[in-house]
Design a protein. Structure first.
Length: 593
């Protein structure tokens, strides 16, 4: 360890022990020795980098204050366990700087005051245990910590409700019993029983025996009020909007009659509107992309076909025209706009282009896709199809795409190895599930790439735009028409692109030329036996486990095998990636024990 880190750790323990630690000179913990080579009591290091990875000092009668600033200067610290001591005072804000922490155990101490909101920055955290202390205030908001598997905070003084954002699907342990919590218990999907919530007089709803009758009455009243207010808004909105739309259409018609012949022609069909683009007429303005054309102006009042999610019930073309829209990006196959509707809902509208599919087939395909539900796959909320337009509406995802996290300057954060592995395994599992469900229909994703992996409110990765394209196999030539495809091929094309996605995450490099350049470069480096050179510098410098990175690279190489029928299927790949992720989790837990 560096001298700075050694000095900081000594400072940390001095504050914590008021001079009573180390218990004997042979315990280490002095500035003249190295924590990794001199075996400081309770300290473990990661071998290749000789950096402090774990500090486990359970039951040492530590009595002082917790100095997070000194502690968090150990850059590789992943596990901190101080159970069963006498540590008092607050948990300082700087705990949020221990970014590599995966396990934080502070059970059975005398901590008091609120848990600082900065713990939400510990997005590698898997286990957070703080039971039997005097913590008060609200429970911490850990919605951004998507890999959390244990949250144990029983026997404190927490007040308020249980945050709705807790992702109970991943949690294996959850206990907030014996606090002062109130309000309804979120849906825990039958995973946690009474003992996780008991001893909070004002908590209600399942699994506790006391139901929440008064709140449901309040909710009913609130809903009725909301409906009344909402109807008022709609009425007012309709009057204003009809006025604006009528004015806009009149203006547009006037413009078109006085404008050039090419402009009016361009609005009559997809093909012709393309001609206008090449003629230099600016069609790239936000709404002109999906504005009702004069030829299709009857559609202004037309409704979108709303699918099973009712979020955009009753959506009309007019709603899009009048709402503020922002171009999110233009891809090879269309453009995407963010639109905020009158009711405040943010949606993403995808306009596909050059897709020679009839409205009947389009509708059948989208409705079939909508029947398959997976929490990591975004289904369209609604669609619209006319001769001029094919539009799909999705819920807007606020937390950027995988592409942005890997290559953009997104909040200056580097996506660490643990997060990349979680993303890889979530995407693989979701894709395997949908492939299985839609095998018979022959509907694959068709355009899998990092811009189509979006992060939802809970920062979980979700696959977007499933089935909007008919897959092209970069190694087999184009297979545009569904009828010409062999039954397996479109799914095996997804497998190829999943492999490219893995390469992008492992190398941190951009995908160009159908992934060929990246694949070629990776192959050449591996052939020369410089495999480690392949990996993203950010991963090697954080000390990511090389063996597991190589294992994931092997999976990627299997996926991009040129012969489509030699590629494994997504189910097999999901199994391989999951095993690597489990090994990673185990390595942390085992070495901690
Ligand atoms: N539901 C959504 N919420 C937030 N951003 C989205 C949503 N859907 C798409 N985007 C973003 O909009 C941008 C444009 O998407 P688009 O799908 O048009 O581009 P692409 O994926 O690069 O190309 P392609 O045309 O091949 O799909 C991308 O950056 C994408 O991440």
């Amino acid at each position: 360890e560096s001298e700075d880190v050694r000095t900081s750790l000594i400072q940390f323990i001095t504050n914590l022990s008021n001079g009573t630690f180390p218990p004997s000179p042979s315990s280490g913990w002095n500035s003249t020795s190295d924590p990794c080579t001199a075996n400081w009591t309770g300290v473990e290091c990661d071998k290749p980098n000789s950096q402090v990875k774990k500090i486990i000092l359970d039951g040492f009668n530590l009595t002082g204050n917790f100095d997070s600033a000194s502690l968090c200067s150990a850059p590789a610290l992943a596990v901190l366990s101080l159970n069963g001591n006498l540590i008092a005072g607050s948990l300082p804000d700087q705990i949020g700087d221990c970014r590599r922490l995966t396990h934080l155990y502070l059970n059975g101490n005398r901590f008091s005051g609120p848990v600082p909101s900065t713990v939400s920055r510990l997005n590698n955290l898997k286990r957070f245990e703080i039971s039997n202390n005097g913590f008060s205030g609200q429970l911490p908001d850990l919605t951004r910590v998507s890999g959390l598997i244990a949250f144990v905070a029983d026997g404190n003084q927490f007040t308020g409700g249980i945050p709705l954002g807790f992702d109970f699907t991943n949690l294996e342990r959850f206990n907030v019993s014996n606090n002062i919590l109130s309000g309804p218990i979120p849906d825990v999907d039958g995973k946690f029983g009474i003992t996780s919530f008991s001893g909070n007089a004002d908590l209600c709803g399942p699994p506790l025996p006391n139901s929440c009758p008064s709140s449901s009455k309040r909710d009913k009243n609130r809903t009725r009020d909301q409906i009344l207010i909402f109807s008022g808004y709609i009425l007012l909105g309709l009057v204003v909007v009809s006025f604006i739309v009528a004015k806009t259409i009149r203006k547009k018609n006037q413009k078109e009659t006085s404008g050039s012949a090419s402009t009016s022609k361009s609005t009559s069909s997809e093909g012709k509107s393309k001609a206008t683009t090449t003629a230099g007429n600016s069609r790239s303005e936000m709404r002109s992309e999906y504005s009702i054309t004069s030829a299709d102006s009857g559609a202004a009042a037309a409704s979108f076909e709303v699918l099973s999610n009712p979020l955009v019930k009753g959506l009309k073309f007019n709603d899009l025209l009048k709402a503020p829209a922002e171009l999110l990006g233009k891809g090879k196959h269309g453009s995407v706009y963010k639109v905020v509707l009158d009711n405040g809902a943010a949606i993403a509208v995808k306009r596909t282009k050059d897709w020679g599919i009839s409205c009947e087939d389009f509708s059948r395909r989208i409705k079939r896709i909508d029947k398959v539900k997976h929490p990591r796959v975004l289904n369209p909320l609604a669609f619209y199809c006319s001769d001029q337009e094919k539009l799909l509406v999705y819920e807007y995802q606020p937390n950027a795409s995988l592409f942005m996290l890997l290559h953009g300057a997104h909040s200056g954060q580097v996506l660490d190895w643990g997060s990349r592995l979680v993303i890889a395994s979530c995407v693989a599992e979701a894709l395997a599930f949908v492939h299985r469900e839609l095998q018979e229909d022959g509907i694959a994703h068709g355009n899998l790439k990092s811009t189509n992996i979006l992060f939802n409110k809970e920062l979980e990765p979700c696959i977007s735009e499933y089935g909007l394209m008919v897959a092209e196999d970069p190694d087999q030539g184009t297979t545009k028409s569904g009828s010409q495809q062999k039954p397996y091929s479109s799914f095996k094309v997804d497998v190829y692109w999943f492999g490219v996605l893995l390469l992008e995450m492992l190398t941190g490099k951009l995908v160009q030329n159908n992934g060929h350049d990246l694949a070629k470069w990776v192959h050449s480096v591996v052939r020369e036996e410089w495999t480690v050179e392949v990996f993203d510098r950010a991963l090697t410098s954080e000390g990511a486990n090389e063996e597991r990175m190589v294992n994931l690279l092997q999976v990627a190489l299997k996926c991009i095998t040129p012969a489509a029928n030699e590629r494994p299927n997504m189910g097999q790949i999901a199994g391989l990636v999951h095993a690597i992720r489990e090994e990673e989790d185990r390595s942390i837990i085992v070495s901690e024990g």
